[in-house]
Design a binder for this molecule. Sequence first.
Ligand code: MG
Length: 158
Amino acid sequence: MTRIGMGFDVHRLVPDRPLWLGGILIPHELGLLGHSDADVLIHAICDALLGAAALGDIGRHFPDTDPAYAGIDSKLLLSHVVSLLAHHGYTISNIDATICAERPKIGPHIDHIKQTLAPLMNIPPTAVNVKATTTERLGFTGREEGIAAYAVALINQA
Ligand code: MG
């Protein structure tokens, strides 16, 4: 059986934080604020996967009040979600995601992001699509107050 899920996340951009996006460190003068490393793309993908499996959301599995997750590498959260899905008999078919950011330019980093995330989900990089768009200087992403990410996931149950 094939199932679909969607995920959405936003984190605030602030000074003096590293910018983790899609599991890689991107050079920028601002970084994303959050309890974990605030990797907004991975969080959206986790929610898409959990949604597809009807297993709730990332906040339920990794509460931001739990000190165990303070500053945690979101790649570990994604690996945990993938294990959870595997436990329920699901494999991942493909992921499609969109990052909304005015700056920095994401395009040059997309291949690296795909190469980083695909093995965590036991799928080839060709099954991971990451897109980037600005919002034409409109809204909080346009004002560079934050970065948003959307993701959809298809999963299969054997
Ligand atoms: Mg988040």
